[in-house]
Design a protein around this ligand. Structure first.
Ligand SMILES: *[C@@H]1O[C@H](CO)[C@@H](O)[C@H](O)[C@H]1NC(C)=O
Ligand SMILES: *[C@@H]1O[C@H](CO)[C@@H](O)[C@H](O)[C@H]1NC(C)=O
Ligand SMILES: *[C@@H]1O[C@H](CO)[C@@H](O)[C@H](O)[C@H]1NC(C)=O
Ligand SMILES: *[C@@H]1O[C@H](CO)[C@@H](O)[C@H](O)[C@H]1NC(C)=O
Ligand SMILES: *[C@@H]1O[C@H](CO)[C@@H](O)[C@H](O)[C@H]1NC(C)=O
Ligand SMILES: *[C@@H]1O[C@H](CO)[C@@H](O)[C@H](O)[C@H]1NC(C)=O
Ligand SMILES: *[C@@H]1O[C@H](CO)[C@@H](O)[C@H](O)[C@H]1NC(C)=O
Ligand SMILES: *[C@@H]1O[C@H](CO)[C@@H](O)[C@H](O)[C@H]1NC(C)=O
Ligand SMILES: *[C@@H]1O[C@H](CO)[C@@H](O)[C@H](O)[C@H]1NC(C)=O
Ligand SMILES: *[C@@H]1O[C@H](CO)[C@@H](O)[C@H](O)[C@H]1NC(C)=O
Ligand SMILES: *[C@@H]1O[C@H](CO)[C@@H](O)[C@H](O)[C@H]1NC(C)=O
Ligand SMILES: *[C@@H]1O[C@H](CO)[C@@H](O)[C@H](O)[C@H]1NC(C)=O
Length: 502
């Protein structure tokens, strides 16, 4: 007897709400599943799903003392960012709402506590997805098996530009927006009152109208001003020439016009220098402030760069002028990238030669130097080291140079031996290798009364067939191929001839 059941439910419902003042008969009840013409019928419809769902358990026709079924027929329509539900007459209580997104089939019980009561109660369910079809399921919270009304299928409104609000920013890193629409792909959650999303403009988006599709039906367009320039994205080129310039390497990637960076550098003395006043081989910390020729930039943008300019220094035409115990060097300096460097007062040079313990260089000077205290006729490896502000810079220029021949050491006669009445041998101490100071090592000997000059590699000479009983002077000197040393002299006296007559 489904008809009877329905009737009773209807009666109970009418009694509960105390408004069904009409006389309802069974035939009316039977029309309820389809009829929607008068209020009584509508009331019946309200409870119809209830009857279906509860079936045997809740409604027992023989038990007239059971609790009245809740009355919660409703209508719904798209409103704001969700749906407005209107309950013509509703049993006081808490109701739960479940939504199913039709396209995905994803369901979510969005709320369990909508308190409703009385006539024309409304509930605005918000923060849903725009232009989306949902199936709505409302039940009394304490009777989840009951379905209020039918399962309505409703579609939310489309999203509008003005429902997206740009949030103020201090940092200008992102452009953030707020909307009460759930435009996230995440499962809808109506406890969130708004959704925030941010767009991070790229370096190349600056000074363009950036258009972002934020939802299939909506794009946002935003002018990306220079406020959004992140100085970290500015790529600067370290200067390697004088006068110094710091180039903005990726400036051309920007659509912005009339931009520049004004640099000021702080030197080791903590004073400020303009770029064209920078010295080479000096550490500076340069700070650049971005400027726009015409417009002011809302927030100051700064970049910093550590700068130390290293010049390409080349010593040209290095000449060495060696003498016996010193060598003078002279040269010209050129630098392609630091054109005036050679004239700089702080650019000096020091010179040194290896293996010369007693060597002494003139004080650092400009484009010339002399190393003294060298040994004659010796090959040296010398270096010219540029110095800026007394600190060595670049690489030393190496140059090989030999001192010129000196004068061999004086010969000292060691002994004389009279081997015959008129013959002598004269020996002197052989010079040490370093005493020669020249390419050759010969001893020359002369004796008075003779034009002959004896030559020997060893300091040993023999004079024969001299006149008897005559005084001679022997001179021996060392000759190194270039210079002759001081001669050693010795007086000799031949004896009388001893004539042995037979
Ligand atoms: C409801 O409508 C039916 C048919 O239209 C009518 O017979 C009945 O009297 C109406 N009931 C009330 C309470 O208006
Ligand atoms: C009950 O709900 C249906 C739709 O499900 C509607 O047509 C009818 O008017 C409602 N009745 C009342 C009394 O609100
Ligand atoms: C309702 O009652 C019918 C007939 O008595 C029975 O066949 C059916 O299983 C019952 N349903 C429930 C849910 O108890
Ligand atoms: C009638 O309903 C009341 C309350 O729900 C319950 O206590 C009682 O047992 C029911 N009686 C019958 C006959 O089902
Ligand atoms: C609805 O739920 C709230 C919170 O749980 C509770 O305070 C309130 O009393 C409930 N109202 C009704 C009518 O049950
Ligand atoms: C519900 O409505 C009835 C009648 O309008 C009223 O008496 C009752 O106080 C209301 N309940 C609440 C919790 O507002
Ligand atoms: C309920 O709303 C209807 C339609 O807007 C209106 O005619 C009626 O007077 C309202 N009832 C109450 C009790 O506010
Ligand atoms: C950006 O958009 C604004 C407003 O629509 C327009 O006036 C301007 O010319 C656009 N600028 C560029 C570079 O497209
Ligand atoms: C700056 O403004 C002047 C006129 O005020 C204009 O002629 C010039 O093109 C502008 N320069 C840039 C880079 O916008
Ligand atoms: C760069 O900065 C200096 C010192 O602050 C200032 O005098 C000069 O006008 C600036 N140049 C530009 C183009 O802004
Ligand atoms: C000199 O400058 C040019 C371009 O400015 C650069 O390519 C080159 O590497 C520099 N030379 C040195 C030695 O720094
Ligand atoms: C170095 O240059 C100067 C001036 O340019 C010139 O007078 C001098 O002769 C040059 N010296 C050498 C060693 O080339």
């Amino acid at each position: 007897m489904a008809g009877l059941d329905g009737l009773r439910v209807l009666l109970l419902l009418a009694g509960l709400v105390a408004m069904a003042n009409c006389q309802v008969n069974p035939t009316v009840v039977l029309t309820t599943t389809t009829g929607q013409t008068n209020s009584t019928v509508v009331l019946a419809t309200t409870t119809a799903p209830f009857v279906v769902v509860s079936e045997n358990a809740t409604v027992d026709p023989k038990n007239s003392t059971g609790p009245p079924p809740p009355m919660c027929n409703y209508s719904g329509e798209a409103d704001k960012t969700g749906f407005l539900f209107t309950f013509e007459d509703v049993t006081e209580g808490n109701y739960s709402i479940k939504l199913t997104e039709l396209s995905t089939g994803v369901s979510n019980k969005v709320t369990n506590e909508v308190p409703l009561n009385g006539t024309n109660a409304t509930h605005l369910l918000q923060y849903l997805k725009p232009s989306t079809d949902y199936r709505v399921h409302i039940s009394p919270s304490n009777e989840p098996k009951v379905t209020c009304g039918g399962n309505l299928e409703l579609k939310t409104n489309g999203i509008n530009q003005d429902e997206i609000v740009e949030l103020p920013t201090d940092s200008y890193q992102d452009i953030c927006y707020k909307t009460e629409w759930n435009i996230n792909n995440a499962v809808f959650d109506v406890s969130r009152k708004d959704y925030t999303f941010c767009i991070k403009p790229k370096y190349t988006d600056l000074c363009t109208n950036l258009t972002t599709l934020i939802y299939p039906t909506l794009t946002l367009t935003k002018w990306i001003g220079l406020e959004y320039l992140n100085p970290d994205n500015i790529k600067l080129e370290v200067p390697n020439k004088l006068p110094a310039e710091i180039n903005w390497r990726n400036q051309e990637d920007l659509k912005c016009e009339g931009l520049g960076i004004n640099f000021t550098c702080q030197g080791p003395d903590r004073r400020e220098y303009k770029l064209d006043k920078l010295e080479p081989y000096t550490k500076y910390s340069c700070t650049g402030v971005l400027y726009n020729l015409n417009k002011t930039i809302a927030i100051e943008k700064k970049v910093t760069k550590e700068v130390e300019i290293t010049c390409d220094l080349e010593l040209m035409k290095v000449t060495a002028a060696p003498s016996k115990e010193s060598v003078k060097f002279q040269w010209n300096t050129s630098s392609k990238n630091c054109s005036n460097l050679s004239q700089h007062n702080d650019l000096l040079y020091s010179c040194k030669c290896n293996d010369a313990p007693k060597a002494h260089s003139t004080l650092p000077s400009k484009e010339r130097c002399e190393v003294t205290g060298l040994l004659p006729f010796t090959a040296y490896y010398c270096e010219i080291q540029p110095r800026f502000n007394d600190k060595p810079i670049g690489r030393p220029t190496k140059i090989r140079s030999s001192t010129s021949a000196g004068v061999p050491k004086a010969v000292e006669i060691e002994k004389t031996t009279q081997v015959e009445h008129n013959a002598f041998q004269v020996e002197c101490t052989d010079l040490k290798k370093e005493d020669w100071k020249g390419p050759d090592t010969f001893y020359h000997a002369t004796i008075t009364g003779s034009e002959e000059k004896k030559t020997n590699g060893k300091c040993f000479f023999e004079f024969r067939d001299l006149s008897y009983s005559t005084g001679y002077t022997v001179s021996i000197f060392a000759f190194n191929g270039v210079n002759s040393g001081k001669a050693g002299r010795v007086q000799l006296q031949t004896s009388w001839a001893l004539v042995f007559e037979a």
